[in-house]
Design a protein. Structure first.
Length: 403
């Protein structure tokens, strides 16, 4: 009896001959192996695709002119491609098989593609803040002369001789609560002067480097962060349930290997954090908001190449002047009748992606794990008391982190 491979080969040969006899060019027969992929580049935008037997081959549209064909199961099927502006599709015959098929139908020398992709994502964020505030106040005083400088957040209290007035107390006041407050009093003039000055500068840098492995055509997700509870009223509000909302560094990616050195990568990184300034109050419970930075895009890269997939430069500035009408407008003297504030926030965010085609380690390969040098760390009382300095590095080696 005729072998299965021979029967399949004769079937494909008849299919090729029929296509050639009908006047169809040999290029209309697309050959692809099981588990392999072929990229079809069209000259015009692709509006629609269809495959006859989705169990034999899968088809996806990449971008606007590229069609990716994936061989799933040995057999043959058809592929229809509609180009924009044309009502008649382009027809192709698809042959899916292994390297034992006749050479006229499949290139037996074709090298298999690596299908495992490791993608490194770097999320770098720098935030700078600058604040300046100034204010001046007058108070009456029946006590003796005094002076005091208070740091932000502490009281610059000064009680009168009869004890019925306290600056920054229940009956006192100051223009800026978190400023440096310079207090002057003159008992002879029965007056108190308070000068509040604040200049604040801040810098914050955030760096996240998640790394994720995925098979070609498959989607992988990653989350490093946490969940916070949100109370939810049930029914008429008598019962409260709790739901959890995720936050942190999230990554979702789908790599597609086109060739041994080309990868199409659909990637969606996200960085989120709790923002109590934009929260709400529900039944006396404070629920924070979430500050989110995310991107979702598709890029084509070579093995080991790096692409900046998104960048953001965000700047906001606010200035405010509080003054006594008319008096605050007097040159020079008006300074004592107004309070001014200025704030500026700058934020820069960059997301960088680098895919790598990888292969598994050989069987029996030992993989060092972070911190494994501390497995036998067990100092005695003398070593712990006299020699341990808090380095926790018994052998002089690195701490064992992956980066």
């Amino acid at each position: 009896m005729m072998g299965a491979a021979m029967r399949l080969g004769i079937r494909y040969a008849i299919l090729a001959a029929a296509c050639l006899f009908a006047g169809t060019a040999a290029a209309d027969i697309i050959q692809v192996g099981e588990g392999q992929q072929e990229l079809l580049k069209m000259q015009h935008r692709v509006s629609r695709v269809a495959v006859g037997n989705p169990e034999t081959a899968a088809v996806n549209v990449l971008g606007v002119r590229d069609v990716l064909l994936t061989g799933l199961k040995r057999g043959d099927t058809s592929l229809l491609i509609w180009l924009q502006g044309s009502s008649d599709p382009i027809r192709h015959s698809i042959v899916v098989g292994a390297g034992d098929l006749p050479d006229v139908l499949l290139d037996a020398e074709r090298q298999p593609l690596k299908t495992q992709v490791q993608t490194d994502i770097r999320v770098a964020e720098v935030s700078r803040t600058a604040i300046r505030r100034m204010g001046f106040n007058f108070l009456t005083n029946d006590g003796q002369s005094a002076g005091r400088l208070s740091p932000p957040g502490s009281s610059a209290g000064f009680e009168t001789s009869d004890g019925d007035f306290s600056l920054l107390g229940q009956n006192g006041f100051q223009p800026i609560n978190d400023a440096f407050n310079l207090l002057f009093t003159d008992g002879n003039q029965d007056s108190i002067a308070l000068l509040s000055i604040l200049e604040r500068r801040g810098l914050m840098r955030t760096l996240a480097e998640p790394s994720l492995m995925a098979m070609s055509g498959q989607t992988a997700t990653f989350l490093a962060g946490g969940e916070f509870p949100i109370p939810v009223a049930q029914g008429n509000g008598d019962a409260i349930s709790v739901e959890f909302k995720e936050f942190g560094v999230r990554l979702s990616l789908t790599p597609t290997v086109l060739q041994n050195d080309r990868i199409v990568l659909k990637v969606a990184p996200e960085v989120s954090e709790l923002d109590f300034s934009s929260g709400v109050q529900v039944n006396g419970i404070s629920i924070p908001g979430i500050a989110v930075r995310r991107t979702d895009t598709t890029v084509e890269l070579g093995d080991g190449e790096t692409f900046i997939i998104s960048g953001l430069v965000d700047q906001d500035m606010a200035a405010n002047v509080d003054k006594v009408p008319w008096l605050g407008d007097i040159p020079i003297l008006g300074t004592f009748f107004r309070s001014t504030s200025f704030s500026r926030n700058d934020r820069e965010l960059v997301m960088v992606v680098t895919p790598h085609l990888v292969t598994p380690l050989k069987a029996g390969t030992r993989v060092p794990l972070p911190g494994e040098q501390f497995d036998d760390y067990d100092p005695d009382s003398a070593d712990l008391f006299f020699f341990e300095r808090g380095d926790f590095d018994p052998d002089g080696a690195s701490t064992g982190f992956t980066r």
